[in-house]
Ligand binder design. Structure first.
Ligand code: ZN
Length: 166
């Protein structure tokens, strides 16, 4: 391997900032969420359209730094067409990688599904930027959990008490 990981990282970040994938809004979103990272000023909107349990469409837009935008762009590519369970696995693996935790199942530095997202593996050494890289993934998590349609996972927060609007 002659490719310097830092050079590859820079190249990928630049590429996704110039041409972010799946950038914009969705007409028929079934799930959506907003992500905010006040430390940096990142503010993104994420919309998904689930067909059954498959992520049929996904889009994001907002104001964010280069790292957040590249992470969001690559995330949309990675989860599009995937089952929501696969998306959950990727979220976990990405967050573990970005925060410097080895993959719990394999003990490896990165999980088995990371693929090209491994360009972000150096981010764990830059604590100020970890939140930027992880924000889109946390936003996806909350979109999948609380998004528009009813969850089939009835055990989700069974004791949840709605905030009274009285
Ligand atoms: Zn940022």
């Amino acid at each position: 391997m002659s490719t310097d990981p830092k050079a590859l990282y820079q190249e990928v970040i630049l590429d996704h900032n110039k041409k972010p994938r799946n950038y914009g809004a969705l007409d028929h979103a079934s799930h959506q969420a907003e992500g905010l990272n006040p430390l940096c000023g990142d503010h993104i909107h994420l919309a998904l359209q689930l067909a059954g349990d498959t992520v049929a469409a996904i889009a994001f837009h907002g104001e964010s730094c280069a790292i957040c935008k590249a992470s969001a762009s690559m995330m949309t590519v990675a989860v599009k067409g995937k089952h929501r369970d696969e998306a959950q696995t990727l979220i976990q693996e990405f967050v573990d990688m970005a925060t410097g935790r080895p993959d719990p199942a394999s003990g490896q530095a990165v999980g088995p599904h990371i693929g090209r997202l491994a360009v972000f593996s150096g981010i764990s050494e830059l604590p100020m930027r970890v939140k930027c890289a992880v924000l889109p993934w946390h936003t996806l998590q909350s979109a999948l959990k609380t998004g528009g349609t009813t969850s089939t996972e009835a055990e989700n927060d069974p004791m949840h008490t709605p905030l009274g609007d009285a």
